[in-house]
Design a protein around this ligand. Structure first.
Ligand code: IMP
Length: 200
């Protein structure tokens, strides 16, 4: 569902630099409610089967932890780490694997858990990789979707929030490895004129 920024400005946050301003986009309470509903949707689709969550490090960690607890039933999880390359914020689509999964996904009902879908190039790479490994089902859950930035032809099966083209942090998402521990998702802006990172 589309979401708009609230007017609420976050107080100074742990790790915040003087040149950075943060604005709450999605409060933790809204995230909690949405994650609960997403878990219900997923369980409706997989009522009686074990669901194997595959988290994409590191941004998905908090989302995966909350989703796993809301899902109930038999749940297992594993993690993969990839990095994408590009100039500034623009990905070239070149993705490098840093850490592969620990266990096979063959024959399992796999749910890829991503923090944010931006260009979609990372997810495209992951889906191609996982499809070759013959899971029984392969679905995708993303907390945030910057739909207008999409380059690759990929879609999530379960989406938390569609957000505008702004650089966001919190609830697992970072700027320079900071802010992952914020409970809310916030828009971060840089510089005296409030130029956002994504436009730089
Ligand atoms: P994509 O391949 O362009 O879809 O990029 C996905 C990855 O880029 C995400 O998993 C994030 O790690 C990162 N990313 C994209 N947008 C943001 C953002 O607004 N804040 C933090 N990380 C982001």
């Amino acid at each position: 569902m589309p979401t708009k920024a609230t007017k609420r400005t976050a107080r100074v946050k742990p790790g915040q630099r003087a040149e950075e301003t943060l604005r709450v986009l999605i409060s933790h309470q809204r995230i909690r409610e949405r994650v609960r509903h997403m878990a219900q949707e997923i369980r409706r689709d997989f009522p009686n089967e074990p669901v194997h969550l595959v988290g994409v490090l590191k941004g998905s960690v908090l989302f995966l932890a909350d989703l796993a607890r809301e899902l109930g039933g038999e749940v297992s999880f594993d993690f993969i780490s990839v990095s994408s390359y590009g100039k500034g914020m623009d990905s070239t689509g070149e993705v490098k694997m840093n850490k592969d999964l620990d266990v096979s996904i063959e024959g399992r009902s796999v749910l890829v858990v991503e923090d944010i879908l931006d260009t979609g190039l990372t997810l495209k790479y992951l889906l191609r990789l996982f499809e070759e490994r013959k899971p029984k089902h392969l679905r995708v859950a993303v907390l945030l979707d910057k739909a207008e930035r999409r380059i690759a032809d990929v879609k999530a099966d379960y989406t938390g929030f569609v957000i505008p083209n702004e650089f966001v942090v919190g609830y697992g998402l970072d700027y320079d490895e900071r802010y992952r521990n914020l409970p809310d998702v916030c828009v971060v802006r840089l510089g005296p004129r409030g130029k956002t990172k994504i436009e730089a």
